[in-house]
Design a protein around this ligand. Structure first.
Ligand code: GLN
Length: 281
């Protein structure tokens, strides 16, 4: 009697992958397994469900095995699939940039409310370009500029600008370095804000794979707010706004920094969907 050859259908592979990733400590293992299979088969999730009985080819299985092994080592799903959605737009991501977070959409929303037709906007630390690109999409007549210290991140942001068909001008450098005399109507930034001591206790996906340069905010996490805030007034037009994303529990300290410049009035904070104070401006 010959042994029956195993047929790896979509459903069977999905069930196996889910169990394996869950055992490796991956949260939402079922959903993530679906996304990995969607990536391999080039299907959306409905398409995946419609093909539960379809067997995978050897080549598809081999590709999936590679991806599952990476995810089992806790590499973020977004680096494996190479993209992340933000504000309904698609962004290419690599380990050179922070993966865009939905919490950062609050910063975009607050910026849009304070922008006018033709505003000059600067995003400090563009990373993947998600904030600057989303703003340029919503405000097509704004002049959006971005500055970034990492050449690898800049190259990826350029790619995202092109893929999203927007006009954003990028500059390589640190903070206001490329703009000694320029003024803007709106300055936004989601700077690195994790206190250095907390980096080691982050989840492995963040700790071991996302760029330190995008996370490390110095001893108390506030280094970049301390650098940007006093320099901002000389780079803002009258009535202009400086808006920051902040980490959990940092809103009061950053508000204090803005107050100490004695320039900013109407200082506000805005909460993210989980109720955490996420934006200060
Ligand atoms: N501006 C980018 C983002 O919000 C990068 C931020 C960062 O690297 N700290 O995703």
């Amino acid at each position: 009697m010959s042994e029956k050859q195993e047929i790896w259908t979509v459903l069977k592979v999905l069930t196996w992958t889910k169990g394996y990733l869950a055992q490796k400590g991956v949260e939402n293992a079922r959903l993530e397994s679906e996304w990995l299979l969607c990536g391999v088969l080039d299907l959306d999730r409905v398409g995946l469900y419609l093909n539960f009985d379809k067997p995978l080819t050897e080549a598809e299985l081999a590709r999936l095995r590679g991806m599952v092994a990476r995810r089992a080592r806790r590499e973020p799903l977004q680096y494996i699939l190479g993209s992340q959605e933000f504000m309904g737009l698609e962004f290419a991501v690599t380990p050179a940039v922070l993966i865009p977070r939905h919490d950062t959409e609050v910063l975009v929303a607050e910026a849009v409310q304070r922008a006018a037709d033709g505003s000059r906007i600067l995003d400090i630390g563009v990373g993947s370009g998600c904030i600057a690109i989303a703003l340029a999409k919503v405000l097509p007549r704004a002049e959006v500029m971005g500055v970034e210290a990492s050449p690898e991140a800049l190259a990826l942001a350029e790619k995202n600008i092109e893929a999203n068909a927007v006009r954003v001008t990028l500059f390589e450098g640190s903070l206001f370095e490329p703009f000694p005399t320029e003024r803007f109507d709106l300055i936004v930034s989601n700077p690195p804000y994790i206190p250095t001591v907390d980096l080691e206790s982050l989840q492995p996906e963040v700790r071991d794979f996302e760029p330190r340069q995008a996370l490390d905010g110095g001893a108390d996490g506030l280094d970049f707010y301390r650098l940007i805030t006093p320099a901002a007034p000389s780079h803002l037009n009258p009535g202009g706004w400086l808006l920051f994303e902040v980490g959990i529990g940092q809103a009061a300290a950053v508000k204090g920094l803005l107050e100490r410049t004695c320039v900013f009035t109407d200082i506000f904070t805005a909460r993210d969907p989980s109720g955490i104070e996420r934006v200060v401006g």
